[in-house]
Design a protein around this ligand. Structure first.
Ligand code: FAD
Length: 806
């Protein structure tokens, strides 16, 4: 067994120790600089509101696990969880509509939720003035967590398993040899360890620095205020009996504390804190994680909004307030997993109490089994490339996250800060064509081009119209580009779509064979798609492999997480060199029935009829530009993708674009390609399936070669015996003018049967089309299918019961 040191005895450190112990791990030491277990960290003073339902499936899963665990962790008399329910209120029609969408997410993710009228909200929590709101979302299983009680119970269990807890002990250094953790230095001496887990809350970056690892989070002070007793709660002897309240349009939240109200406010500007400004335990009258209250951030509008919603607060007045510190990240998600830089250095950072036990469980599984059961890609500490490790990137973006925390978030929303981090060589050309950019893997990626505006007239009779929610971050140009590609040709950027690794060496092929499930001993000058599985048999990525020569392969994988996963596994192998070519190369694609004409106009011989077979790869020149050219078809259309070094990217764009002018070639954005993908029912890793799924669930039996050994094979065979839990299916919407957006619940005979993974419009069928993960049992009885969109039922028909990956 490995020796594990956990830094931090807050709710995250203790949850992780608890789950490691539950899974049989011994030899764990938990170290905290503060006294146990009221250590002075964020956990020590947080009011403990738990709102489980989130548009993120993953965060919802973490929260449900926390509720289940904290419910079990009472001591008989004093619970660790009060299931008093929650009310999420709407003051505007947009918010009320969004709550209907959220109720739908509740069905998708298995959390009961109901939209209530203002009167019904008041019946649930009588302190509310119903005249201020238009309605609310009620989640009966939400409530108040008592993290310190839960921690004590978890620690009792851990101690019974032999785990040692040290309070008042500061970790001052990480001992490492050859980029491998060996232990920690502390104020009371060294502790040896094979694995260190940093659960140091907003101090995380300081611990990270000791190991040379960037932990991209920003500590921010957030206001929490206690009222005096309010008349409506007079005589209340229980700590909390009424539902928690989140007044999203005012960026505020409320909970009952016996006869008074606790008020949280995100209405103020973000107040970033530097670690150097944080006191040590005992140095100030308050805990280290508490800064003095700044009334100027509360006494204006926030306090008025509070009194307006809860009139009892006017009479009661406020008692005291704090500016409590906790962590925010560039994308609002936690930071979990092992650092790509230092083996044995794990982190569980930027985790709310709401998600704590859920995170602890996944961390333990990841460490002990080699993979977690949930897909943690969105939380993976290695998801950021090097550009995002700079404070000038992650600090402004984390502040933006704080300020938008209760906003209505759109799936295609574009971040406002930390833009232009990675620029494609032909960016200037894209800009001139009026590209609408969003960020993809840090790159500025065109979504559509205003230069194609005139095409909306050409395709006017065919373009599906959108309004309201669907029309945000959308343009009819996307649809025009989609239709134009199907009839002519589109030029698109590939650079921002994936990570590119070159793998070479004597053992490269052997290594890739163990990494993938199918035989990838392909001929030189060809490419293939392949699956990687993780240790538990779930899909780790769908990758493209190009064979350049006997010992050199190019891998196109989804993101930095998968690239790191490949790197991590290579450490165990032999003569292999991996080079990350993502930053030094770029790629352009040309797709559509007119693509061949465009290429023949550049070089009639190289692109002659019959000169290219499907999945063929050649090193050629386009004019004087050396490119690696790959030919294949996707979405039913022929395409070439050309990769070159960044210095030749701009000339390559110019050659292709100019040659295309005689052949109706247009530059097209990522949204048109995504739209084509959905129309052609092409499943995408990370959207339609992810690491929680195994290949059998998405009909990929043909991609599995059980005659060879590969990572995850044993687990896959076991999983295959059980049959699929969910299958990927395609449905079409029955009314021709309807489209949905993704993540909506799919209902069969009135019961939730699954949820939408990708949604779009099929121009060939003239109908909205979705791919969905569905319960295979529901598919046996093929009657009455609906998709619930903002509370409305849209009838649908199953087009394909079991999708096949291509
Ligand atoms: P912490 O509890 O801060 O624990 C980290 C520990 O690491 C500390 O005990 C610290 O002493 C220790 N440590 C740090 N450096 C060292 C070192 N060098 N050596 C040894 N030990 C070290 N979340 C919710 O879910 N619901 C809410 O309603 C809610 N409300 C909040 C309100 C406020 C005002 C604040 C401030 C936070 C709120 N949060 C809420 C967020 C939540 O409190 C935190 O996200 C959570 O407590 C973080 O837990 P943690 O274990 O990661 O961090």
């Amino acid at each position: 067994q490995k020796r594990i040191v956990i830094i931090g005895a807050g709710v995250v450190g203790c949850s992780t120790a608890y789950y490691l112990n539950k899974m049989g791990q011994q030899d764990i030491t938990v170290i905290d600089q503060g006294p146990l277990f009221e250590t002075g960290g964020s956990t020590s003073h947080a009011p403990g509101l738990v709102a489980q339902l989130n548009f993120s499936k993953l965060l919802t899963a973490f929260a449900s696990q926390t509720v289940a665990d904290f419910t079990e962790l009472g001591d008989g008399e004093r619970p660790s969880y009060y299931p008093v329910g929650s009310l999420e209120l709407a003051r505007t029609p947009e918010r009320l509509n969004d709550l209907k969408r959220k109720a739908g997410a509740g069905k998708s993710w298995g959390i009961e939720a109901h939209v209530l009228s203002p009167k019904e909200c008041k019946e649930k929590n009588p302190v509310i003035n119903p005249d201020t709101i238009l309605g609310g979302l009620y989640v009966p299983t939400d409530g108040i967590a008592k993290p310190l009680r839960a921690i004590n119970r978890m620690a009792d269990f851990s101690k019974s398993c032999g785990t040692k807890f040290y309070g008042n002990t500061e970790v001052t250094g990480i001992n490492m040899i050859d980029d491998q953790v060996k232990g920690v230095e502390t104020s009371i001496g060294d502790f040896e360890a094979d694995l260190v887990i940093c659960c140091a809350g907003f101090w995380g970056p300081q611990i990270g620095e000791m190991a040379g690892v960037t932990i991209p989070l920003q500590p921010i002070a957030h206001q929490y205020i206690f009222s005096n007793d309010i008349p409506e709660l007079a005589g209340e002897s229980e700590e909390v009996t009424s539902p928690i309240i989140r007044d999203l349009d005012s960026s505020m939240y409320y909970r009952q504390v016996f006869n008074s109200i606790g008020i949280g406010s995100y209405q103020h500007e973000a107040l970033p804190i530097e670690i150097s400004e944080v006191s040590k335990y005992g140095e100030s009258a308050d805990m280290p994680s508490i800064k003095p209250f700044t009334p100027e951030h509360f006494l204006g509008k926030p306090w008025k909004d509070a009194q307006n919603l809860i009139p009892g607060l006017k009479e009661a007045g406020r008692k005291r307030g704090i500016n409590g510190i906790f962590s925010f990240t560039p994308d609002g998600m936690p930071l979990l997993g092992e650092s790509e830089k230092i083996r044995g250095f794990w982190v569980a950072e930027a985790v709310w109490i709401t998600h704590s036990a859920g995170v602890g469980k996944q961390m333990a599984e990841w460490i002990i089994n080699g993979a977690p059961t949930l897909d943690l890609e969105l939380c993976d500490i290695n998801r950021f490339d090097s550009y995002a490790q700079s404070p000038t990137y992650y600090k402004p973006r984390s502040k933006e996250d704080y300020e938008k925390v209760y906003d209505i978030h759109h799936p295609f929303e574009t971040p406002a800060t930390s833009r232009n981090m990675r620029i494609i060589p032909y960016y200037i050309r894209q800009q001139t064509l009026g590209a609408f950019f969003n960020e993809s893997l840090g790159w500025e990626q065109p979504q559509w081009y205003e230069a194609n505006e005139s095409l909306t007239e050409r395709y006017e009779n065919r373009i599906i119209k959108r309004d309201g929610w669907q029309a945000r971050y959308w343009s009819p140009i996307i649809e025009a580009e989609h239709l134009h590609i199907q009839e002519h040709a589109g030029l698109y950027d590939v650079t921002a779509m994936n990570k590119r690794l070159e793998i070479s060496g004597e053992d490269a092929l052997t290594f890739l064979q163990t990494l993938t499930t199918s035989n990838i001993d392909i001929s030189i000058g060809s490419m293939t798609n392949a699956l990687m599985l993780h240790e538990l048999g779930g899909i780790k990525d769908k990758i493209t492999i190009i064979r350049k020569d006997n010992q050199t392969f190019i891998i196109l994988c989804t993101s930095a997480v998968e690239a790191n996963w490949i790197q991590k596994h290579v450490w165990k192998s032999g003569e292999i060199v991996i080079q990350d070519k993502t930053a030094s190369t770029c790629g352009l694609g040309i797709i559509g029935p007119g693509a061949r004409d465009v290429m023949q106009s550049i070089d009639p011989q190289v692109f002659a009829e019959g000169a290219w077979e499907a999945k063929q790869v050649k090193e050629i020149y386009i004019n004087n530009i050396p490119v690696l050219a790959a030919f294949d078809s996707k979405c039913g259309l022929e395409y070439w993708e050309f990769f070159t070094t960044n210095d030749q990217g701009l000339p390559l764009w110019d050659v292709l674009y100019q040659a295309g002018q005689a052949n109706e070639l247009i530059a097209v954005g990522d949204r048109a390609l995504e739209s084509l993908r959905i129309e052609s029912q092409t499943l995408r890793y990370g959207k339609d399936f992810w690491s929680e799924h195994n290949p059998y669930e998405i009909n990929l039996n043909a991609w599995i070669d059980l005659t060879k050994d590969f990572i995850g094979k044993k687990a896959l065979i076991e999983r295959g015996k059980k049959g699929p839990n969910l299958v990927s299916s395609t449905l079409v919407l029955d009314q021709p003018d309807k489209v949905v957006m993704g993540h909506e619940p799919v209902m069969n005979n009135g019961k939730t049967a699954g949820f939408v993974t990708s949604a779009g419009f099929s121009y060939s069928l003239g109908r909205g089309i979705v791919t969905a993960l569905l319960d295979p049992k529901a598919l046996e009885n093929d009657t009455e299918w609906n998709i619930e969109y903002f509370g409305q039922k849209i009838s649908a028909t199953v087009l394909q019961k079991h999708n096949i990956i291509t």
